[in-house]
Write a protein that binds this ligand. Sequence first.
Ligand code: PRX
Length: 575
Amino acid sequence: MLKITKKKIAAKSNLDNYEKAYKNYSLEEAKKEISYFPGGKLNIAYNSITRNALNENTKNKTALIWESEAGEIKEFTFSQMENLSNKVANVLKKHKVKKGDRVFIILPRIPETYYSFIGIMKTGAIAGTMFAAFQEDGIFERLKKSEAKFVITNTELAERIKKNRQKLKELKYIFLTDIGISGGEDKLSLPEEMESASASFQTVPMEPDDAATMMFTSSTSYTPISGVVMPHQAVISQHLTAKYVLDFKEDDIYWCTADPGWITGTVYSIIANWSNAVTTVIYEGRFDAGKWMKIMEKYKVSVWYTAPTAIRMLIASGVDGRKYNLDNLRHMCSVGEVLQPDSIRWIKENLKVDVCDTYWQTETGSMIVANFPGEKKKIGSIGRPVPGVIVKIIDDQGKEVPVKTEGNIAIKPDVPSLMKTVWKNKKMYDSYFKHGWYVTGDRGYMDEDGYIWFLGRKDDIIKTSGERVGPAEVESALIEHPAVIDAGVIGKPDKLRGEIIKAFVVLDQKFNPSDKLIEELQQYVKKHLAGHAYPREVEFINKIPKNKSGKIVRRILKAKDLGLPEGDISTLEDD
Ligand code: PRX
C-alpha cells in the first residue's frame, strides 16, 4: 500500500473564525468583494471573467483546463475567456438580443458551454442551462415556459427541438456549436458567427435585482417545473460562500463535478470559482472511478466539490484512492443529498481529506448552511449557517421551535442570491414565503451549538443521484403512453442513488401487465422526458390514491411500497 503524506497541508482557512465572521458579517463589507459599475450597477459576468482579464496578475492565469471524454485537452486564460465570451455577446447583439431575453444553453460540458454562459449575461439577457439528457418533451416544456429567444446547442441535440419547433413562437435562432456553416432558416453556426464578431464588448451594467440566470427545477405544487430566476447581485453571496466554504487560495486547482444543467454546475463551476480567479478543471466525460482519480492526480486538483452519489459510486467501484498521488488535494466539499458517515470515512481513508457537507437549493442561489474548513464538524450535521444568512427552524406558523425539535428549515429572505421570481408564476414564488421567512421545504432541527441536522423533504420531490426530479413531470410523461390511464410516482430509498424513481401505473384495460411493457414504459420516459428521470421500478395497480380535490396522495404510495397498509383513502383531507 502506498503511503501518502500530504505535502500541502491546508493553510489557515479563509474563514478566520466562524463565530467572529458570523457575528461581524455585514452586507456592506461583503459588497466590497464585488466590482460595481457607477450607480451601484453590476454584472455577474464582469465579476467572474472581465475583472480578472483586466487585472495584470490574473489576465494570463489559466481560467479553464478542459479535458474531453476522448482525452483532448484545451486550456483558456482569463483573457481568452473574456474574448470568447465577448464574441458570443456580440453575436447575440447582432441578432438583436435585448435585456431580459432568455437564452438557453443545451450542451454537454464543453468550453462553449462555459464562455457562452458568461457571454449571455454580458448582454443583459438571462442565461439558462439544461441537462443534455433532456429529450423532446423535457426541452420543449422548458423552452416554451421560458419563452426562450435563442438556444445554443449542437446538431445532435437540436434534433430534439425539431418536432415542436413550430410551437415555439418566441424562439428566433438556434446556434449550433459544431457546424462551420449556417444550417439554414433558423439555424446559425456559432463558430462562423464568432469568427466575424469583435472580441471587445461593453458589459451591460445591471441593477442588483435584475435577472441574470434562469434554472428550471422541479416542484410539486402549482406546477411540475419552475423557472427559478436569480439576480445579478447573487454574485455577492456566491463569491463569499466560495471563498469561505470552498476556501479558495490563489494557486488552487479546483474541480467541481456538477453538470452545468444543475445549479451547482453554474454557480460553483462558472460564477463563484472564477469570481475568485481560481483555475478550474472541467472533465467532459461521464463518471468513471479510475478516470476521476487520474484527473485529480494529473491536474493536481487541490479543491474538489462533488456529490454523495458520486462518492457512493466511487466506493462501489472498488477504486483505491491511495494508489493515486493526491498530495495536492487539501479540501473537499459535498452537496445535494445526505452525506453518509461511511462516505466521510471512505474519503478520509482513500483521499486523505475531510469532506465538508454543504446545503442549499436552486432557489437560494448559493450555500446557506455548511461545514467550514478548520472548524469543528459534527458527523451527520449539514453544518452551520453561512455568514450573512439567518437560518432557523420554524413551525408551520412561523414560530421558532426549541433546540433539537423537528421543524421547517427556513431563512430570512434578505440573502442577495435568493431567487427574485419564479418565471411567470407569482403564485408559485409566493408559496415559498411565509410569516416573513423563506421556507425551504426541507425538515430538520438545530442543536444547542447551532448545527443543523437535515431530516428530509416536506413534499414529494425526488432526489435521484443528486438530481431533483418532480414526480408530476414523470407522471405526465407516463400518461402520454397509450397503455397508461393513470400514474403516481414516488422516490424509493436506494443505497447507491439515494432514491430511485418508482412509478405506480394504472393500465388501460386493453393492455396486460408484463416485463416487456415495463421496459417499454421506461424507454418511453427516457425518450420523451429525460435519460435521468425514468422510473427504475414500475408497479401496476388498480387505482392511484387521490384526495378530494383529485391530487395524488403519494405518501399512500410510499406506504404501499414499504408493505404497510394503504389505509382508507376515502377519508383523506385536501392537502
Ligand atoms: O432537499 C435538499 C437537498 O437538495 C434540495 C435542493 O436541490 P437542488 O435545488 O437540486 O440543489 C441545488 C444545489 C444544492 C434541498 O432542498 N439537499 C441539498 N443539499 C443537501 C441536501 N440534502 C441533504 N444534505 C445536503 N447537504
